[in-house]
Design a protein. Structure first.
Length: 329
């Protein structure tokens, strides 16, 4: 097809989902170098999008909904890719007259709103989320199958330089390991007891252990983790998302469940250690971090309860010693 002037990528959910969508922007820039890539996301993910060299402009869902059809028309998009199905935005794209509207055929409203439908079912797929996202590029004349290594190379993400507040927290004489125990309910968690065990295994003469989380999570983290140990720095509630990204980029490793900070760490190229349940559809085959030093751990990939889709606490049986060995490798 002829080169589109402006392509709109729509992914209006959480940070991790957005991180795994960034390779699409890189592929589009590679295939259509003169095309403007606009990313439509939630307002709170804008600092993440600002770190991607392949994204020319960021539009928030909040502003677009407030501005209505006129705001979408003003973008001047020749094509929109509905990476996350969003019924309201799908109808808005029709009313705005965007010529090419791409979406999965597995949402009924796309049969009325998308004129380029891709037979894409995510829940039972063996593909990674980033690979599933890339399949939506097919209607633009771009191959649908990409390896994870190819997608990593097209992420285009880099963390900005830390500001004075972040730099003041960092110890230049230590390896910096971020522990991000919480997920705000978005993932199965390893548990504070396990994180506490890991903290005690990390020698204070070698490591600075930085605990991150929201201000709301801070009280529980302070109650459940040995914050008094000399290697520990409590950073809960201190930084906004932009600053957290710079902190991650200035660190050596991060340990977390399947959360946004884990995917940010992977994209920054630091050692990203993800703690996962093998239960579909939240298993690492779908949601593992992708990066040059990214790792996903499960206790038992053949867990019978997880295979049946039952609730299971096997993630808690991943040993802190195993995580330590990966950090020290």
């Amino acid at each position: 097809m002829s080169m589109p002037g402006t392509i709109l990528i729509s992914r209006t959910d959480s940070i991790g989902d957005v991180m795994l969508t960034l390779p699409l922007a890189g592929i589009l820039k590679e295939q259509y170098p003169g095309t403007e890539v606009v990313f439509l996301g939630k307002g709170y993910t804008a600092p993440v999008l600002a770190c991607c060299s392949h994204v020319d402009r960021v539009v928030t869902r909040e502003d677009l909904v407030a501005g209505g059809v006129g705001a979408l028309k003003d973008i001047g998009a020749d094509a929109i890719i509905h990476v996350l199905p969003d019924r309201a935005l799908a109808w808005l794209a029709v009313r705005a007259g965007i010529p090419v509207r791409i979406g999965t055929s597995h949402r009924w409203w796309h049969w009325f709103t998308a004129n380029a439908r891709v037979p894409l079912g995510r829940r039972n797929s063996d593909r990674h989320e980033a690979q599933l996202n890339a399949m939506l590029l097919g209607p633009l004349g771009i191959r649908a199958a990409w390896t994870l290594e190819e997608l990593v190379a097209r992420t285009g993400f880099s963390a900005p330089v830390p500001d004075e507040a972040v730099r003041a927290l960092l110890r230049p004489d230590r390896e910096r390991v971020i522990l991000h125990p919480g997920s705000q309910g978005s993932a199965v968690e390893w548990g504070l007891e396990r994180f506490a065990e890991l903290v005690r295994l990390l020698p204070p003469e070698r490591y600075q252990v930085i605990i991150t989380g929201t201000a709301k999570e801070g009280a529980a983290l302070r109650a459940g983790l040995p914050m008094e140990l000399p290697q520990v720095t409590d950073a809960t509630g201190l930084f906004d998302l932009h600053q957290l990204i710079t902190l991650i980029g200035a660190s050596d490793a991060l340990v977390a469940a399947s959360t946004g900070p884990l995917h940010i760490a992977a994209a920054c190229g630091i050692r990203a250690v993800g703690l996962y349940s093998p239960r579909r559809p939240i298993h690492p085959g779908r949601w593992a971090p992708i990066g040059r030093d990214a790792h996903a751990l499960v206790n038992d990939p053949d867990c019978a309860r997880c295979a049946k889709g039952d609730p299971c606490d096997c993630i808690g049986r991943i040993s802190p010693q195993r995580v330590l060995e990966l950090l020290e490798r």
